[in-house]
Design a protein around this ligand. Sequence first.
Ligand code: GLA
Length: 392
Amino acid sequence: MTHAAAAFEDAYGRPPEGVWHAPGRVNLIGEHTDYNDGLVLPLALPQGVSVAAARRDDGVLEVRSLQAAAAGHRVRVAELAPGAVAGWAAYPAGVAWALREHGVGGASLLIDSDLPQGAGLSSSAALECATALALCELYGAGPDRAELARLAQRAENEFVGVPCGIMDQSASLLCTAGHALLLDCRSGLSTQVPLALGEEWSLLVVDTRAPRALADGRYADRRAECEQAARLLGVAALRDVTDLPGALRALQAARRPRGLLRRSSGPDTAALQRRVRHVVTENHRVEAAVGLLRAGALGEVGALLTAAHLSLRDQFEVSWPQADTAVDAALRAGARGGRMVGGGFGGSVIVLTPADRAEAVRASIAAAYAERGWEAPAFLEAVPSPGARRLG
Ligand code: GLA
C-alpha cells in the first residue's frame, strides 16, 4: 500500500478507490516560449505528487495534504468559483471546478508530495494533474491527456489566478520514461525525443534555495511585454517572428513619438527588443537541441543550455544571483552546460555534466555558495521518468 493510501484510511476511515501520481518536471530547454506559442522540451522527474482518492455522494470535495499543517478544506463542488478557495487547496479545487462540466462530482482526496516546493519544479502542476487524473478516472470523465493539460492550466489561470502557460501540465501528463517531450505550444502536437543519459552523463538539478513565486507579478509582466511586442510587430505571437533583425528594427521604429507628443510615454522598445531576441533565439535552440539529441550528441546540448541561460539572464532578465553563480561554478568544474529553469526569479538550475565530473561540479557549486554565505544548495538527479499514472 502506498503512503498516501494508508494516510487516506487514517484520515477518512475508509480505503481510497485508487492512488494516482503525477510528476514534477524540469525543462531541458525552451523557457518563456510556451505562452509565445513556441517550443518546449521538458522531462518528467521521478519526484511528484500522489493523490489517494474516493468518490463522495454528497457533492463535497474534501482535501487534505500530508505537507500542510492545516486540517484540510471542505467545499461543495457546485459552489466552486474563482476566488472561493485560498492557498494550496485552490489547486485541486480549481481542477474539480474545471472538470465539473465533464460530470465530476464530490470526492475525498489525500495528497502526498516528495517534490520540493518553490524550487521551480512544478509542484503545482503535479498537484493539478494528479487530481485531474484521479477525478477523471473515478467519474469516467472523457478528456484525453492533452485536453486534461489544458483544463489543469485553466484551473490555474482562472481559478487560482496564476497566468502560467501550458508547459508544466503537459510535461506532467505527457512525458514518458527515457524521453524529453517536444511540445509545440501552438498546435498542441507533441513528440517523444529520446534522452539517454546512460552511465556517461548526469543531468543535475540544483535547487538554488531562492524560492520563487509565479504569483508575484514579474512573470505576468514578462508575458505582457511579449504580447505588447507581438502587437507592435503585427503578429499573433512571437512564435511568428521569422526575421529577427527586421523585427528589432521595427521595434526601434516604434519608439516614443517626437515633437508635441514627446512627454507621452511610449513602450520601452529596448526592453521589448531584448524579450523578442530571447524568445526567437530560444525557439531555435529547442530545435537545435532536438536535432542533437536525435543525432546521439547529448554532450553538444550543453552549449545550448549555457546560451539559453545567458539569454534568460541578459535578454529576458529573469535570472537571479544564485542561479548565475551555480551555472558559473558548474562550468568551471567541467560541466558541459547549465541554465536556470522555469519562470525565473528563483527556483532551480540544471547542469549537464559528464557523470565522472558530477561530484566535482556539486562541490564547486557548494563552495561558491559557502564563499558567499548562502544557504547550501540541494541536488537531485533528473532521470527522465514516466508521466502521470495510476499507482494502485
Ligand atoms: C513557468 C510557467 C510555464 C512556463 C515557464 C517558463 O514554469 O508555469 O508555463 O511559462 O514558467 O518557461
